[in-house]
Ligand binder design. Structure first.
Ligand code: GLU
Length: 504
């Protein structure tokens, strides 16, 4: 076999579902590990389902995730154009070839006529059993067909499927899938109304012309595969037919059935990589990026939905995945979408992430909340606080107090920790810590305060808890002297003074 060439071929009908991202990822891993190429093709022949912005959204999502294409829409290459709506001339030739060879025919039946047939015949299917009752080039005289076509009457071109033939789809994941051709209807391959082929024809013509060697796609396309195999036969392209691999579905986290956007809404997790604003409905759907996920975590999590390396290794970089991934080891059974596991991955990746990058993300959230947070301090804060979050977006709410001094003090904490003698002790502590200069010397400062406690015979808890309460407003935050090192001398004293004026 020559060079491996695979493609990701979404239709721009809306946001890219997380299952589509996994499909693209598996294509990418397979291409990379075989030194092959990944093509980005846009399948936009169904103009009625076209959604503006969807193509850009898909591209931006995959870029964010670090999935790189070698050629295709907006990347260029020798097999273009890669947007199907720009390939009309090419498809026209192949439609003609099928008509000339008798593997397809022209049909004029209107929507109303088809509807009438459906009412007349139970389980109507346009196929060998019914096609001779319809208005098509098999039943009408040739000169009449020509006249109708020439006069601009709308028609479609249908595949002529011979009944009772065995079709075998060789699938890398599922093995040989046998299908009887009688269950397939004479699928529409081309519509004169918009001078475009349907998905089936465009898909296989392009896979052939773009020299695609492996078709890795979602299970929902398995029912189309027998027709695709037949089309390869019709064209005489059996020798270069790509190998198929139909990936199992992503399933609901709870219960059965395919993961849907509604599950995400219901259980509170995104099903799209990026936030999506539906231009038709105006609805806004959350995305992994905006919810505070790191792309590396999303990749790692998705890779393991439907495949595993055969041991219990879980944390894998893109390079690890490229080495370890095996298409033939993908599971046939659907994979439950374990959202909590996704969060776990993200937490792991946050601990490994560049602190400056995390700080920059937190600064953005601060800005949205109207606070200008400076980078140096944000990096310090992230360093001490990152172990407490699963999502980057949790950082700002957790860390706001580093920038915004408390104005009020948690009543419960005060009731518990602010005793009659506390005000006096804290006033003493205030003058004691004012004498200390180097707040960045965490250990030195801590030893200094503890020594004073020992000297005074003050219990550590009786000092540290109110001390924290004064600086944070409640009993939370990092270790005490990490806290003071970030706040610095001036701010620590300022907060103490304010607290002493408020708490008696
Ligand atoms: N355009 C199809 C989709 O939206 C592609 C199916 C395939 O990969 O053959 O998923």
């Amino acid at each position: 076999m020559g060079k491996v060439r695979v493609r990701f071929a979404p239709s721009p009908t809306g946001a890219l579902h997380i299952g589509g991202v996994r499909t693209c990822l598996y294509n990418y891993l397979f291409a990379r590990q075989n030194g092959g190429e990944l093509v980005f093709r846009i399948e936009d022949t169904d103009s009625s389902r076209f959604v503006p912005g969807a193509e850009e959204y898909i591209k931006e999502s995959l870029e964010w995730l670090g999935i790189k294409f070698d050629e295709g829409v907006s990347y260029g290459g020798n097999y273009g154009p890669y947007r199907q709506s720009e390939r009309r001339d090419i498809y026209r030739r192949y439609v003609k070839q099928l008509l000339d060879s008798g593997h397809a025919y022209i049909a004029f039946d209107t929507a109303a006529e088809l509807e009438a047939k459906r009412n007349e015949i139970k389980n109507f299917q346009y196929d060998a059993s019914t096609r001779m009752q319809m208005r098509n080039s098999l039943t009408l005289p040739a000169d009449e067909v020509k006249k109708m076509v020439d006069s601009g009457e709308k028609y479609v071109v249908r595949a002529l499927i011979e009944p009772n033939q065995e079709i075998i789809v060789h699938d890398i994941i599922r093995g040989d899938v046998h299908v009887n051709s009688s269950i397939i209807d004479d699928k529409v391959l081309y519509k004169s109304a918009d001078d475009l082929p349907t998905y089936h024809l465009a898909n296989i013509v392009d896979d052939h012309l773009m020299e695609i060697t492996h078709v890795i796609r979602g299970e929902e396309w398995l029912p189309s595969a027998p027709l695709h195999v037949l089309l390869y036969q019709f064209f005489g392209w059996e020798d270069t037919m790509p190998r198929f691999a139909h990936l199992s579905l992503l399933l609901k986290p709870d219960g059965n059935g395919k993961l849907s956007k509604r599950d995400g809404d219901r259980l509170g997790f995104p099903v799209f990589p990026l936030e999506w604003h539906d231009p038709k409905t105006g609805d806004k759907s959350s995305g992994y990026r905006e919810s505070g996920y790191l792309p590396e975590a999303v990749i790692n999590f998705l890779a393991l939905l439907g495949w595993n390396p055969g041991n219990d290794q879980e944390l894998m970089t893109m390079d690890d995945l490229i080495n370890l991934f095996r298409l033939d080891k993908c599971s046939k059974a659907g994979a439950k979408f374990d959202y909590e596991k996704g969060k776990w991955f993200n937490k792991e990746y946050i601990q490994k992430a560049d602190e400056r990058l995390l700080a920059e993300m937190m600064i953005k959230d601060a800005k949205e909340a109207g606070v200008e947070a400076d980078l140096a301090k944000a990096i310090q804060v992230v360093h001490y606080m990152k172990s407490r979050v699963s999502l980057v977006r949790e950082l700002w709410p957790l860390c706001t107090f580093f920038w915004v001094a408390p104005e009020t003090f948690n009543e419960k904490d005060v009731a518990k920790r602010w005793k009659p003698e506390t005000h006096g002790m804290m006033t003493e502590l205030r003058s004691k810590v004012a004498e200390w200069q180097d707040y960045s010397d965490l250990e030195g400062f801590e030893a200094y305060v503890k020594e004073w406690c020992a000297e005074k015979e003050y219990g550590l808890g009786n000092v540290m808890n109110p001390f924290r309460l004064m600086l944070v407003g409640e009993l939370k935050g990092p270790a005490m002297f990490e806290l003071t090192s970030i706040l610095g001398r001036e701010e620590t004293l300022r907060r103490m003074d304010y607290a002493l004026s408020q708490l008696s």
